[in-house]
Design a protein around this ligand. Structure first.
Ligand code: GDG
Length: 464
């Protein structure tokens, strides 16, 4: 079988115990075919633009990495990927900043990646590119003559064309998607936004059908909902160490532990969540002292102003709730602004009666699936899930909420902490079955099947 070359902004060590689901999934995909994982090594180095690719073998996978220069990091990574594309793709035009130098940096790093990859690959290799940092990479590879099968998976939402219209040069950016053979999205909503964008930008006479022909190339756009490695998460949540942690957590008088875990990112809706929790304490005074919200929010992209602001806002909100409601024997909000080991997270999920997952916009949201997997099957907790997470599309037995509506979230919290066992069992059983069906292996295999299969291309006479 031909080799697989995975490309993502950062390369993770597929053998590291703490690696998340994506690193493991990509690692597994690569081991099937003696593959290569290409990307940034996380270092900033002044000679980066001249330095070559470092090759290293890890657990059957070749890691091919390179550093970025300071100016590449400032423009490609911070400037365009995270100050422009991330907010736009999360429907936050108010936070997007567009800067021609940042765009130039983004183009030039994609060109540099393409040159290095072109030197590494054989014509029979299959290339799988990940996420918004690398949208134009296939187009750059095509310019260098690559005729390989190339796929792209977008981990974050694809916004409606009315939002994309505000992005300078969006025609250039999204035209480059047509250099791919397969383009994958998380949900039907993302795919439908993409199809509408294509229809509008091409002044198409009717709805787009896939595989779709644009000039000489044909492209299949489809949904591939990402999942988790369910059994390994269950195992992690049920070790003797996890059980001991849960016993320590649940020793006191607090009966209802509510857990939230996410990178401190404005897309995750943390200030709204804290306001909803405050509303819950106001409206259901009998639940005070029985309930604690534990929020784990490790820092991310701290150099960007929007992230520094949200950090300050959360500190104020949690301080104000604890000041107004806390007592000498009860702290309502435990806010941890640090990364926590993965096995500790699994234990905390298992020991919490409620998983509170309320992003304002999210591609999928793996935390929702991890919370469900970690529950005791005979006494499970309740998942509260934002309707704006991609995961809501197939997790309808969660308590689905509008994260902007503090009263609705407060009521869902009350329903969750008072829900009878029969209802919890019923909801959890159905959710776990769905999380199992759409797991990480199913995601990887579905994408790889379409990417490796030239039959996903239309017959030569089909036109869009
Ligand atoms: C993007 C899209 C899409 C969180 N805090 C800690 C920690 N985590 C782990 C979680 C989970 C992962 O990080 C986060 O995944 P999410 O899916 O929730 O969110 P993003 O990071 O924004 O991921 C998202 C995903 O890509 C996959 O396609 O679902 O929509 O935005 O696994 O448990 N892990 C550890 N310590 C922490 O403090 N060890």
């Amino acid at each position: 079988m031909s080799r697989l070359v995975v490309v993502s902004n950062r390369v993770a060590d597929p053998t590291a115990v703490q690696s998340g689901g994506l690193a493991v999934a990509v690692g597994d995909a690569l081991q099937d075919g003696n593959g290569i994982w290409f990307g940034w090594n996380g270092e900033i180095n002044e000679n980066a633009e001249k330095s070559g690719v470092n090759l290293e073998r890890r657990g059957g996978v070749t890691l091919a990495t390179l550093p970025l220069s300071q100016s590449e990091y400032d423009t490609y990574y911070l400037g365009y990927s995270n100050r422009a594309l991330w907010p736009v793709f999360h429907y936050r035009l108010d936070l997007a900043e567009f800067d021609i130098q940042a765009l130039e940096g983004y183009r030039s790093v994609n060109r540099r990646f393409a040159k290095s990859i072109a030197a590494l690959i054989d014509p029979s290799d299959v290339v799988w590119i990940h996420d918004y940092h690398l949208i134009p990479l296939a187009a750059e590879l095509r310019k260098l003559g690559a005729e390989n099968r190339i796929g792209f998976f977008l981990h974050i939402p694809f916004p409606p064309p009315e939002i994309i219209a505000a992005v300078p040069d969006h025609g250039w950016l999204f035209d480059t998607l047509h250099a791919y053979d397969v383009v994958g999205f998380q949900t039907e909503q993302d795919l439908s936004n993409f199809n509408r964008y294509v229809e509008q930008s091409m002044a198409s006479a009717g709805p787009v059908t896939h595989p779709f022909r644009n000039g000489t190339r044909k492209m299949l756009a489809k949904t591939y909902p990402i999942g988790i490695d369910v059994d390994s998460f269950i195992t992690m949540a049920h070790t003797p160490k996890a059980t001991e942690r849960i016993q320590r957590l649940t020793r006191g008088e607090v009966r209802n532990h509510v857990i939230g875990v996410e990178r401190l990112d404005y897309s995750k809706g943390l200030p709204d969540r804290f306001r909803s929790f405050r509303r819950f304490l106001e409206q259901y005074p009998d639940q005070r002292k029985k309930t604690v919200l534990m929020q784990i929010a490790p820092p991310t992209r701290g150099e960007l102003a929007a992230y520094a602001e949200i950090r300050t806002e959360l500190e104020q909100l949690s301080g104000a709730i604890n000041g107004a409601f806390g007592d000498f024997d009860w702290t309502p909000v435990r806010y941890i602004h640090r990364s926590v080991p993965r096995d500790t997270l699994a234990a905390l999920f298992r020991g919490s009666k409620v998983g509170l997952v309320t992003p304002l916009r999210d591609g999928m949201n793996l935390v929702a699936k991890e919370y469900v997997a970690a529950q005791e099957p005979d006494d499970p907790g309740v998942l509260i899930l934002s309707r704006f997470a991609g995961a809501a599309a197939d997790m309808e037995e969660a308590l689905i909420v509008n994260p902007y509506d503090a009263d609705e979230v407060a009521k869902a919290l009350y329903n969750a902490v008072t829900m009878e066992l029969d209802e919890r069992l019923d909801r959890h059983g159905k959710l776990l079955a769905r999380v199992r069906k759409n797991d990480i292996a199913a995601w990887r295999m579905a994408f790889m099947q379409d990417l490796r299969n030239p039959e996903t291309q239309p017959p030569p006479d089909q036109t869009a």
